[in-house]
Design a protein around this ligand. Structure first.
Ligand code: ATP
Ligand code: MG
Length: 582
């Protein structure tokens, strides 16, 4: 196909859009790939739509190759199935809800576990029908709190979602592994740099789950990796290695000390170290108790939760939220302290929490037998040598403390370093949550029902366009990998005379006949403008037909490396076909 720039529905911009926060957004708008319609809502112009379709094609080919079958659901969905699983409530403000003319509730699907489970229940009934994997490539809607960075985080976006249905856990593990392999093939074909990290399961509830994160400086996800092994994990999923439990009997008795004016950890540590207690203290010896209010989905009231962690660490709200999901959580405000007078701010200890029935979860480092300096529930007082398991008993542990570079890797090899990424895919062993909700069973060989177990797997198809752009660009514009580029060759006519124009037209026609997709810049603008647009648009090979034609050569330039070569006119078609197929 030959696409003529003279008639292509494309206007490139010289200026960056004012709202663009990241390179991909800036470049996709400037190069005329997408246009903003609303927060998190974008239209795809011709070149953008081609790239999107190319990404979609790669995803579809690999899904089909793994034996998944494509179906398609509406995006406009009735409330009832989401009511059955509780997600109508759990999603809170994160989904778009609407009413039809009769007042019935609908939502715009954010993900489709319910519908897939119901559909399989409707069609299949025997163990002989299973396993089965179904998928769709479909527009999803989420009322994201922070739509950002153009199509990276939209409120309407294209997702490939697939769901596996198996008779037993081994089957689910196989389906999961097949998806993992397929995702590796997809992202490799798209030329992405990415890591696979273990992830939290989030609102969906279940067990094994991994995320594919594209490495990106401007990514929203922070992940950690080990210096010495292939361990990598989402920060939310890092399991703190707990030190071994200790004996409680060989510890000195707990002692309350008057520690005037020490509501902060730093102030407390200074005070202790000048108080001549016979040893030195660091912030890590103190136990800081952070008070939160937690609202369960659909609940009107909040309940108090206390999190105890070593005083040298802050609470990481994202980790805390992930640990408590789907409940919502917020730090206590002054009014809340006022309403709970047993909480002596700056001096809160496990004693008052237990006495007042406040749930108390501690960092995994707070093991049985560990001794702490913590609040004595009295202004200007702390207690030293309060021993876990002897003087207080937490209700459990929670992963809420910040993860820091230099922390020991949970797999025991090396230490952690942090990096940023963008989630491009998510694979997830759901288990029987949805099958339980809908009673999805298969009749076994003995006529007894077998509860089906599910997996759910997503790829952000539209997001991938931005992620590829994010990983592959330079100061002059986009640089598409061949697999998704909007054309194979960007052919620039650089000269006004008829022989140049005729030579370029002939070359374009020959390339087209050879199956090469050509963008032909046949406009009457200056060569400088054409070159700048060609670099901005980012087709992998730029061919310039100009003055060299008189000497029987055209220039072939590699967009990524910038390397140029003069190629004889009668060899250029074969040369370019070779490049395209390489
Ligand atoms: P994120 O943490 O980025 O919000 P998620 O955990 O909500 O992602 P999933 O529900 O697992 O994502 O959705 C599957 C895939 O869909 C994600 O891996 C991501 O690539 C893509 N995706 C999710 N939300 C958006 C969005 N708002 N815009 C574009 N793509 C998205
Ligand atoms: Mg999300």
């Amino acid at each position: 196909m030959i696409t003529r720039m003279s008639s292509l529905f494309l206007r490139t911009l010289r200026e960056d859009p004012a709202d663009a926060e990241v390179p991909s957004h800036r470049l996709l708008v400037r190069a005329g790939y997408v246009r903003r319609v609303a927060p998190g809502g974008f239209s795809w112009l011709p070149l953008g739509l081609r790239v999107l379709r190319n990404v979609e094609r790669v995803v579809r080919e690999e899904m089909d190759a793994m034996g998944a079958q494509e179906i398609q659901f509406p995006a406009l969905l009735p409330r009832e199935p989401y009511e059955v699983t509780g997600r109508w409530t759990e999603y809170g403000p994160n989904i778009f809800r609407l009413k039809d003319r009769k007042g019935a509730d609908y939502l715009l699907g954010p993900t489709h576990e319910e519908l897939f489970a119901l559909t399989v229940k409707g069609e299949y009934s025997s163990y002989k029908d299973f396993p089965v994997t179904l998928y769709q490539v479909q527009t999803k809607y989420r009322d994201e709190a922070r739509p950002r960075a153009g199509i990276l985080r939209g409120r309407e976006f294209l997702m490939k979602d697939s769901y596996s249905f198996d008779l037993d856990d081994e089957g689910l593990a196989r389906s999961y592994a097949a998806h993992r392999d397929t995702y590796i093939r997809i992202f490799d074909r798209l030329g992405l740099k990415y890591v696979i990290v273990s992830a939290m399961s989030g609102a969906m509830g279940g067990s094994a789950s991994e995320e594919f994160l594209a490495e990106a400086e401007h990514g929203e996800d922070t992940f950690v990796r080990s210096t010495d092994s292939d361990y990598a994990a989402n920060v939310e999923a890092v399991i703190t290695p707990a030190p071994p439990a200790q004996s409680t009997s060989d510890k000195p008795d707990a002692q309350v000390h008057h520690t005037p004016g020490t509501p902060t950890i730093a102030g407390l540590v200074d005070f202790l170290n000048t108080a001549r207690l016979g040893r030195t203290f660091t912030a890590a010896d103190t136990l800081k108790n952070v008070l939160l209010k937690v609202r369960q989905p659909g609940a009107k009231d909040t309940t108090l939760l206390a999190v105890g962690l070593p005083g040298d660490r802050e609470v990481d709200l994202k980790r805390l939220e992930a640990a408590l999901e789907p409940a919502e959580v917020a730090l206590l405000e002054e009014a809340d302290f006022a309403a709970n007078s047993f909480l002596v701010k700056g001096y809160i200890g496990p004693g008052a929490l237990a006495a007042n029935g406040v749930r108390y979860l501690v960092d995994p480092r707070v093991v049985t037998g560990s001794a702490w300096v913590t609040g004595a529930d009295k202004a200007d007082h702390h207690v030293v040598d309060l021993v876990c398991g002897r003087d207080f008993t937490p209700d459990g542990t929670i992963e809420a403390a910040e993860v820091r570079e230099g922390d020991a890797s949970p797999d025991g090899n090396g230490t952690l370093v942090a990096a940023r990424g963008i989630e491009i895919g998510h694979i997830f062993q759901l288990g029987r949550k949805y099958a339980d909700a809908f009673g999805l069973d298969a009749l076994g060989p003995d006529s007894k029902p077998i509860r089906i177990t599910m997996g759910s797997y997503g790829v952000g198809v539209s997001r991938l366009v931005a992620v590829i752009a994010e990983q592959s660009n330079d100061a002059r514009g986009l640089i598409w990998p061949r697999a998704v580029a909007p054309a194979d060759v960007h052919l620039v006519i650089a000269g006004k005379d008829d022989t140049v124009r005729a030579g370029a037209e002939r070359l374009a026609a020959e390339l087209d006949a050879a199956g090469v997709q050509v963008i032909l810049d046949d406009r009457t603008v200056s060569p400088g403008v054409k070159f700048a647009d060609a670099e901005l648009v980012g087709v992998p090979t730029i061919v310039v037909v100009g003055r060299g034609l008189a000497n029987g050569v055209v220039e072939v330039k590699d967009r990524a490396s910038g390397e140029r070569a003069d190629v004889p006119v009668d060899e250029v078609v074969a040369h370019l076909v070779g490049l395209v197929n390489s």
